[in-house]
Design a protein around this ligand. Structure first.
Ligand SMILES: Cc1cc2nc3c(=O)[nH]c(=O)nc-3n(C[C@H](O)[C@H](O)[C@H](O)COP(=O)(O)O)c2cc1C
Length: 181
């Protein structure tokens, strides 16, 4: 049965032709009937995190980001690995949520789609654990060699990857419906 759940998707790459952005678009198509996906477009406009600026009235971009996170039933992060770690702009965005705790118990899915991606994936999982995002084993997916698995039209061309993404979508939908399970 269709639900009215909405997911905020954050792309860790700000590149115009990002394969992670294409993957989010494919994910949104495949999730139709289960939940809606809104794409966060403000990553590059967030100020550099500074605890001195993390006051009761932070920059409007930060407030808008936090409000979008709060309003979503779930969060999808789809990101490449940069230099064996998490892309700086994505980590910067997450740092803005540490004190305000938008990820706390929020159903969250992580797809690391990169050339290899393993170290960035593990580092980000540690961060998500520390900020108490609600995750299950099935809401984590590492997709290596991403550029060979999705085309510029946002079609997942690798059948194993397509099945993995579909399985994640179903598990993530269940997690949003029954977050206490
Ligand atoms: C500065 C930079 C560093 C990178 N470092 C890594 C890396 O450590 N591990 C990896 O798997 N891929 C690395 N890559 C390759 C990216 O994973 C690959 O380009 C990926 O497709 C980028 O995601 P996007 O298409 O969504 O922009 C790097 C790319 C750039 C631009």
């Amino acid at each position: 049965m269709p639900t009215s759940k909405t997911v905020l998707a954050i792309c860790g790459s700000t590149r115009a032709q990002s394969s992670n952005l294409n993957l989010i678009k494919a994910f949104a198509e495949l999730a139709k009937g289960l939940f809606e996906v809104d794409i966060f477009t403000g990553l590059a406009k967030l100020p550099h995190f500074n605890p001195d600026l993390d006051t009761e009235s932070p920059a409007p971009e930060v407030t808008a980001f936090r409000n979008q996170l709060k309003a979503a039933d779930g969060i999808l992060i789809c990101t490449p690995e940069y230099a064996m770690g998490v892309p700086g702009s994505l980590k910067n965005a997450i740092d803005w949520t540490v004190s305000s705790m938008e990820f706390h118990q929020k159903p969250t899915a992580l797809i690391t789609a990169s050339s290899v991606g393993q170290k960035g994936h593990l580092a980000l999982l540690e961060t998500l654990m520390v900020i108490e995002a609600k995750m299950i084993e099935e809401s984590k997916l590492l997709i290596p060699f991403i550029k060979t698995k999705i085309n510029a039209e946002g079609v997942i061309t690798n059948s194993d990857t397509l099945n993995e993404v579909k399985t994640l979508i179903q598990s993530f939908s269940n997690l949003m419906i029954n977050p206490t399970e």
